[in-house]
Design a protein around this ligand. Structure first.
Ligand SMILES: Nc1nc2c(c(=O)[nH]1)N[C@H]1C(S)=C(S)[C@@H](COP(=O)(O)OP(=O)(O)OC[C@H]3O[C@@H](n4cnc5c(=O)[nH]c(N)nc54)[C@H](O)[C@@H]3O)O[C@H]1N2
Ligand SMILES: Nc1nc2c(c(=O)[nH]1)N[C@H]1C(S)=C(S)[C@@H](COP(=O)(O)OP(=O)(O)OC[C@H]3O[C@@H](n4cnc5c(=O)[nH]c(N)nc54)[C@H](O)[C@@H]3O)O[C@H]1N2
Ligand SMILES: [Mo]
Length: 727
């Protein structure tokens, strides 16, 4: 890309602040041919724009391994599923809030002018706030429609709601809610966040690496910032160094194949039993690190008693776990011995903690690592974050990039009495909340009350694709009198909505992001390349319009356009860089030039080993747990008195798994994260041709199970249980 080729796009950055807020783009759209930086959750690329249309993309030349997912970007921009106009469900338009909720999903939609749609949404927010109170509005869970430091429409929605009295919000996520619930009690932090032991440290020191329910080459394809794809460099170096690797997974994954690793297939949902059996072998063969356990952990004794079966008469031995995991007892014992032969890195993904009793696996996993005794050593210990954001990647010497739109505090227009329910619910409880208004529930040792919500506004998320048990959900959803969806494409959720607002695609707006959430190798500007399709609008501008109608526009926008906010975020990074003596061009040069500022990789963090300081001196650098140590037994959890979460890692039989007595359904469906999509995004793109079977989602089945049922590759199969079915 040359500076010349984008000349036609150049606008005066200086004039931005003075102009009116809406009706005028902060930065003009391109008027002629040119190449623009196109960044997203899927990667960085150069886009060619001709006659107001993006015609091609080529990966940014410094992406070490561009993801094939980039092929979906243009198809998603020009997809026939784009929402073009504001739409309202017919019954809702004719009869108002709460009209015939049972026809959601089948009723037709009526196109309305923006003014009408915004008036309807604003009036409903006001009606709910005035008539019932802030606890009657639920602002949805998160969702992967939050790319960019400025756009984040979920923050914008919450900011707006806070200015008009508040709303019920959600906590945590579907990604690692089990880890987030349990790890603070065990290691005093979420653990699966922030920098991990470096890839370099593994390459230089590790003898044996175990990937447990973890496929880094698949899941690192995307990121919350621009993915840096450093996982490929890591894997290539591990391959060169001939690292011994083992993959514990029901599926032989991409990562396993590329690395030429050993594959240990395990029965789904039995991982805690496997971890306990490995711990049992270490204990009974006296292979566990007694010194590490004594110095750095608390509560090993009651856990050891449990492993030996003292309280319940059941030893958690390899023989006990073999039929549960479908892994031979000798293989389990042998694996335990291999864990302590040399330097071992235990790596887990997130699927086991997304299952029933999801707290138990990460707790057992960290306990196992503690028994191996290498936590805090170079290339040893454990990590729960090598499969996303590249937690071990090399790091550039760069300023950090902030956000500019703060959620802010709830403005107390109406007091929120306790009996009206909680202000925040764990995200996966949305259906329970709808079904049980006023009912008490337990969370982290405390009692909360479900609020009585009547309206929900969902932006940048697709709950009808991401929540469990759709039929129960559809029934519960009828309680909502109003369901607003703001997205750029018709999703399953949009089809169920009352009011649908068309948002701009990320190629149609200004924003800024970093290349590599941890790597921070560059700051990249995202210039609006083309005008929003049909009547779609930038999320931010939609919220500004609503803020105007709700009388809080000045507080909401602070008089700033997205362009102003991009500059603000850049300037803050610029100041930081100056203090650190890192060179950066000023904003005008950046934005009117290539839109890329790269930072040199000095990798001061190359030798980083997570928990090294704690290991060095546990008294001076204690963990933020009550004991300052790794809590294998938690007195805090003991006090909760939960029978579904005992005070140490425990095997609790899942409600549904292949080991259960009821054999009505002999197979187990695991709905993994898709390799060629981002959840429901890119469904209708050309990527689908690479995996669909007769136009449908593929389903993998083991060769034996398939043969026993006469199923061949390419067949369409019906997958069903008591709750639903699919082809
Ligand atoms: N069966 C099963 N279910 C799962 C999972 C699983 O593994 N199996 N995984 C779970 C996990 S970990 C997660 S994180 C969730 C993910 O659930 P979601 O985040 O809800 O899934 P996405 O399909 O990525 O939905 C993001 C939506 O945001 C929209 N969007 C993108 N950019 C923008 C934008 O700029 N503005 C607006 N307004 N909208 C935008 C997209 O079009 C898309 O509809 O799913 C969970 N559900
Ligand atoms: N390409 C792509 N990448 C993504 C996403 C995407 O949609 N597409 N989504 C992103 C998001 S939001 C998240 S939270 C992360 C999710 O990251 P993860 O939760 O780690 O991803 P999954 O694919 O659900 O599961 C990882 C592996 O666990 C295996 N597995 C499933 N069940 C079991 C089990 O019971 N035991 C064992 N041992 N293994 C099991 C699967 O076969 C898979 O190989 O991925 C992120 N990355
Ligand atoms: Mo996730």
């Amino acid at each position: 890309m040359t500076a010349l080729s984008r000349r036609s796009f150049l606008t005066s950055v200086a004039g931005v602040g003075a102009a009116a807020l809406l009706g005028r783009p902060a930065f003009a759209a391109p008027t002629g041919p040119g190449e623009f930086l196109c960044t997203s959750t899927f990667g960085a690329a150069w886009a060619t724009v001709k006659d107001g249309r993006v015609v091609s993309l080529r990966p940014w030349e410094k992406d070490p391994h561009p993801s094939p997912l980039l092929d979906g970007v243009l198809d998603s921009l020009y997809s026939p599923t784009r929402i073009r106009y504001p739409m309202v469900r017919r019954a809702y338009l004719e009869k108002g809030p709460g009209a015939a909720p049972e026809t959601r999903g089948t009723d037709d939609f009526v196109r309305v002018p923006w003014e009408k749609a915004l008036d309807l949404v604003a009036a409903e927010i006001k009606r709910c706030q005035d008539q019932y109170g802030p606890w009657s509005i639920y602002t949805g869970t998160y969702g992967w429609g939050h790319f960019g430091r400025i756009a984040n429409p979920q923050s914008a929605l919450k900011r707006l709601m806070n200015l008009v009295g508040g709303s019920v919000v959600s906590s945590s996520n579907y990604s690692k809610a089990g880890i987030e619930a349990i790890m603070p009690h065990v290691v005093g932090s979420i653990d699966a966040e922030g920098p991990q032991t470096s890839h370099r440290s593994i390459i230089d020191n590790t003898d044996f690496i175990v990937f447990w329910a973890c496929d880094p080459l698949k899941t690192n394809r995307i990121s919350a910032s621009i993915p840096d794809h450093g996982e490929w460099t890591w894997f290539e170096e591990m391959k060169k160094a001939n690292k011994k690797a083992l993959f514990i997974d029901p599926v032989k994954t991409e990562s396993c194949k590329v690395l030429g690793g050993e594959w240990l297939p395990v029965r789904p949902q039995s991982d805690t039993a496997l971890a306990l059996a490995l711990a049992h072998t270490l204990l009974t063969e006296k292979l566990h690190d007694v010194k590490f356990l004594a110095e750095y952990t608390t509560g090993f004794e009651p856990f050891a008693d449990y492993l030996l079966g003292k309280p319940d008469g059941v030893a958690k031995s390899a023989d006990w776990a073999a039929p549960m995991t479908e892994i031979p007892a000798d293989t389990i014992r042998d694996l335990a011995r291999r864990l302590v032969k040399g330097r071992t890195m235990l790596v887990s993904g997130w699927s086991p903690q997304r299952q029933h009793h999801g707290e138990q696996f990460p707790w057992a996993f960290v306990t196992l690592a503690a028994m191996v005794g290498q936590i805090g050593l170079p290339g040893g210990g454990h990590s729960q974050l090598y499969h996303l954001y590249n937690g071990g990647t090399e790091v550039a010497d760069a300023p950090s990039l902030g956000g500019s739109l703060q959620i802010g505090k709830r403005k107390e227009i109406k007091p929120w009495p306790k009996e009206k329910g909680t202000t925040i619910i764990p995200c996966a409880r949305v259906v329970d909340m709808l079904m049980n208004p006023g009912k008490e529930y337990d969370h982290q040792g405390k009692k909360f009350v479900y609020p009585d919500v009547r309206m929900t506004y969902w932006v940048g998320g697709n709950p009808f694709a991401h929540h469990q048990d759709r039929n129960r959900m559809i029934a519960a959803w009828r309680k909502f009198e109003t369901f607003v969806v703001q997205d750029f494409q018709w999703t399953a959720s949009a089809r169920f909505a009352d009011i649908v607002l068309p948002a701009a695609h990320w190629c149609e707006r200004n924003d800024i992001e970093t290349f590599g959430l941890h790597a921070r190798k560059a700051i990249m500007g995202m210039k609006k390349m083309v005008e929003p399709m049909a009547e779609a609008r930038d999320d931010y501008d939609i919220f500004v319009e609503l803020a105007t109608r709700l009388g809080v526009e000045p507080e909401f926008s602070e008089g700033k356009t997205t362009g102003d906010r991009v500059r603000e975020v850049y300037d803050a990074a610029f100041e930081q860089a100056k203090a650190k003596k890192i060179e950066m061009p000023d904003f005008a040069t950046f934005w009117n030039g290539s839109c890329v500022v790269e930072f040199p990789v000095k990798d001061k963090a190359a030798k980083r080993a997570k928990y090294a300081q704690f290991r060095e001196d546990p008294l001076l650098n204690p963990l933020p747990t009550p004991s300052g140590r790794i809590e294998i037994y938690s007195k805090t959890i003991e006090k909760f008195g939960y029978d579904d979460c005992p005070p140490h890692p425990t095997w609790l039989e899942p409600l549904e798994w292949l080991g259960q007595k009821d054999k009505t359904h002999p197979m187990h469906l695991a709905s993994n994260h898709p390799i060629s999509r981002m959840h429901s995004q890119f469904n209708g793109t050309r990527l689908r041709e690479s995996y669909a079977i007769a136009g449908r989602e593929p389903c993998w089945i083991s060769a034996q199970d398939a043969a026993a049922r006469g199923i061949k590759t390419g067949d369409v199969v019906r997958v069903f249980n008591g709750r639903g079915q699919c082809l």
